[in-house]
Design a protein around this ligand. Sequence first.
Ligand code: MN
Length: 250
Amino acid sequence: MKKRQFLKLSGILGAGVVVAPFMACSDTAKPAENAPETPEVPAEMAAATMFTLPELGYAFDALAPNIDAMTMEIHHGKHHAGYVRKLNAALESAPQFGGMTLAEILGAVTDEDTGVRNNGGGHFNHSMYWKTISPSEANAPTGALLEAITAAFGSVEAFSEAFFKAAKTRFGSGWAWLSKDDAGKLFISSTPNQDNPMMTNVVEQAGTPILGIDVWEHAYYLNYQNKRGDYITAFMELINWDEVSANFMA
Ligand code: MN
């Protein structure tokens, strides 16, 4: 609910009525359907502007000591929430993306769509990040994914070295990725900022990401400071290969 509408509703309810405080700070509220001052918005466009912050799926401290609780809380509750909020705001003035899924939006952005590109990427990338790491027992690639990794890199160890290197050498803020191309072949790449391999108009190598590591300093600096390599190693111990495999098979 927009603040303006909230205030209006409060006025209708009258003085003395206690309104639950969560109403004022909801990050995911949809525009009020009966708000007369809201311009008519096509239904398909409104749908695309209501992206919401997904649940983390585990406690903030569940990945400690590899990733500490405060980093997780700020990363999810402030950084990711901010990308969602700014994506929704950017889409309000970008009707060309109306009715698209997030994947379709990323496939369509160009270097002119700065707000949608940065925040749509931020939303997608973090949503994948939370799910491809897990507090459960470490596992390993199996089945078709193991075969594809072996075919592309020679071995799991060789993949790990190449993925580590891509993450370590990304200059400044960005991500390293394991993706599959149109032929189903795996490749490793890295992107600046919140770009990702689905952004076919802006990346060097396009594909479908199945695993990504955030190497922005906000992902590790509280615990690891300048030691990005230690964070990458700790991240790789947390990889949920069942989830990566599901992404690969999708
Ligand atoms: Mn991040």
